[in-house]
Design a protein around this ligand. Structure first.
Ligand code: GLN
Length: 238
């Protein structure tokens, strides 16, 4: 398998705090490892791409979430099938909220989600803003930046993405950050996340390749700059 199809959902509406950098990181690392990235931009109303090896979604304003909510419900069955097929996904903030069961904005508007994550989010007038560090069993320590009004509660036995080391994460009270269902990862971490956490980018690529029977250890790239960022993030004041 040479090609890796990356589907970036709602790139116009859901792309705050440089979340597009996650796509650029995946594309470049895919190339540097000798594979061919094929990027599909998925927009409201379009047919969902046939080939999807990795799905990416960014953060967005409450109003942008309102704009796309009906379309998210429309593609919900397809997304669930991809999740069941172990397709890796990275869903940031606003998209993460819409992959839960519902988001009630701080003005009381209810936006339905598709329930990939058994979670619900309630908006609050006080936003949770700042740098975040998270301990994650499969992907090591993750560093990012959060800015959200929503407080997300994980329901029943929904697994988090990781445990908060610093920052607020899902709700600022229970020390959880994000959610994981199979290989679908939801998180509040912008940054963008992947440039500062190349091990997560490689983790997503590894999972995508594994689904095609390609077992590789992705290593050998020069991540000096990312290492400096991580060192600074680990020691800065929060
Ligand atoms: N509008 C959502 C909130 O404030 C998501 C924000 C974001 O994606 N950064 O909770």
């Amino acid at each position: 398998m040479k090609q890796i199809h990356v589907v970036h959902i709602y790139p116009d509406e859901m792309n705050t705090y440089g979340d597009r950098g996650n796509l650029l990181t995946l594309v470049k690392r895919t190339e540097w490892y000798g594979f061919e990235p094929v990027v599909h931009y998925y927009h409201v109303g379009e047919p969902f791409p046939k080939d999807a090896d990795i799905v990416l979604g960014g953060g967005g304003q409450d109003s942008a979430q309102d704009d796309i909510q009906h379309d998210v419900l429309r593609i919900g069955d397809r997304i669930h099938k991809l999740v069941d097929a172990e397709v890796p996904m990275l869903l940031i903030c606003g998209t993460y909220q819409l992959f839960g069961t519902r988001f009630v904005t701080h003005t009381g508007q209810e936006i339905q989600g598709i329930g990939v994550f058994d979670s619900e989010t309630i908006g609050d007038n006080k936003r949770l803003i700042g740098n975040v560090a998270v301990s994650c069993t499969d992907f090591g320590t993750l560093y990012g930046f959060e800015n959200h009004s929503g407080r997300t509660i994980l329901l029943n036995d929904q697994a988090p993405l990781g445990k908060i080391i610093r920052g607020n994460g899902n709700n600022g009270t229970d020390n959880t950050e994000g959610a994981r269902t199979r290989n679908a990862l939801g998180t509040y971490m912008h940054g963008p996340l992947l440039p500062a956490n190349p091990q997560l980018a490689d983790g997503l690529l590894t999972l995508a390749l594994r689904r095609h029977g390609v077992e590789v250890t992705l290593t050998g790239l020069d991540d000096t700059l990312a290492a400096q960022v991580r060192k600074s993030a680990a020691t800065r004041d929060y």
